[in-house]
Design a protein around this ligand. Structure first.
Ligand code: SF4
Ligand code: FES
Length: 254
C-alpha cells in the first residue's frame, strides 16, 4: 500500500498536530489502488473525528469520501474503524488518542463505495428481506374503524429499547463470526428478530422464527465473542437478546 502525506497548519493554531492515516481507494475509478494517505491537522477543543474529516475535506482534499447526516449519533451513517475499533466518527473525540496518530479504515463486511464510505443501506435492506423484518399482523384484513391495538406499557418500553438500533453496522464489523462466515445473520439481525418476537401485534410463532434463525447462521452460530455488545454505540443488550432467542429456539425443537 502506498503512503502519501498532506499537511496543513492553520495560522494562529495552538493545538497539537494530529496525524490522520486514512484508507483511500475508489473502486469506481479504473486503475485506482488501495493506499494510506496521511493528513495533518491542528486539534481544536472538542474536535471529533467527524469535524476533523470535514476540515480535511474542506481544506486539503475535496475527493475524500465519508458519510454523515446527523452529526449527533442518531443516523448511524458515520461508522468507520478508528484506530482498530468500529465506532461512530461523530461521537469520537480526537482527544481520546493521546499519541496524536489516528488511523481510519472503512467498516469491513460491507460493499465499499469509496475511501471510508460503505453501503450499509444495501446490507440492511437485504437483511430485512431475508429475515422478513416487518410486522406480520395476526389478521390481514384491515378494519379502519377499529380502535388502536392496546399494548402494556412495559412491553412498549421494551420494544422501544430494541428499536434504538441506528443500523450503523458497527456490530457487523465487530463480529469475528460474521467476518468469517458471510451468511451469519449477525447481532443486528437477531436484535430485530427479538423486537418482532416481543411484539404482541406480530402473529408469527416461535416455529416461524425457528425457520429463520434456528440454525448455525442464526442463534446457534453465535460464539459469544461479545464484539457486538462491546462496540454498539447505542449500548444495546445483544447478548441478553441472543441468549433469550437461543433458549426459545432450543425449546421449540424439544
Ligand atoms: S445493534 Fe448497535 S452496533 Fe448494531 S447496527 Fe444497531 S446500533 Fe449499530
Ligand atoms: S453522523 Fe449520524 S451518527 Fe454520526
Amino acid at each position: 500500500m502506498n503512503q502519501q502525506t498532506t499537511s496543513m497548519s492553520p495560522e494562529n493554531a495552538s493545538g497539537r498536530l494530529l496525524n490522520f492515516h486514512i484508507f483511500r481507494y475508489d473502486p469506481q475509478q479504473k486503475g485506482d489502488k488501495p493506499r494510506t494517505e496521511v493528513y495533518q491537522l491542528r486539534e481544536t477543543p472538542g474536535m471529533t473525528i467527524f469535524i476533523a474529516l470535514n476540515q480535511i475535506r474542506q481544506q486539503q482534499d475535496p475527493s475524500l469520501q465519508f458519510d454523515f447526516v446527523c452529526r449527533a449519533g442518531i443516523c448511524g451513517s458515520c461508522a468507520m474503524v478508528i484506530n482498530g475499533l468500529p465506532t461512530l466518527a461523530c461521537r469520537t473525540l480526537t482527544s481520546k488518542f493521546k499519541q496524536g496518530d489516528i488511523t481510519l479504515m472503512p467498516l469491513p463486511g460491507f460493499e465499499l463505495i469509496g475511501d471510508l464510505s460503505v453501503d450499509t443501506g444495501k446490507f440492511m435492506r437485504e437483511l430485512a428481506e431475508r429475515l422478513k423484518l416487518w410486522l406480520h399482523p395476526h389478521h390481514h384484513e384491515i378494519d379502519v374503524h377499529s380502535i388502536e391495538a392496546p399494548m402494556a406499557p412495559e412491553q412498549a418500553a421494551a420494544l422501544y429499547e430494541l428499536e434504538r438500533c441506528v443500523e450503523c453496522g458497527v456490530c457487523v464489523s465487530a463480529c469475528a463470526t460474521k467476518q468469517m462466515r458471510e451468511t451469519f445473520v449477525g447481532a443486528v439481525g437477531m436484535m430485530k428478530i427479538a423486537r418482532f418476537e416481543l411484539d404482541s401485534r406480530d402473529g408469527r410463532t416461535a416455529e416461524d422464527f425457528y425457520h429463520v434463525i434456528g440454525n448455525q447462521d442464526g442463534v446457534f452460530g453465535c460464539m459469544t465473542l461479545l464484539g457486538c455488545q462491546d462496540n454498539c454505540p447505542k449500548d444495546l443488550p445483544h447478548m441478553q437478546q441472543i441468549a433469550y432467542l437461543r433458549r426459545k429456539m432450543a425449546a421449540t425443537i424439544l
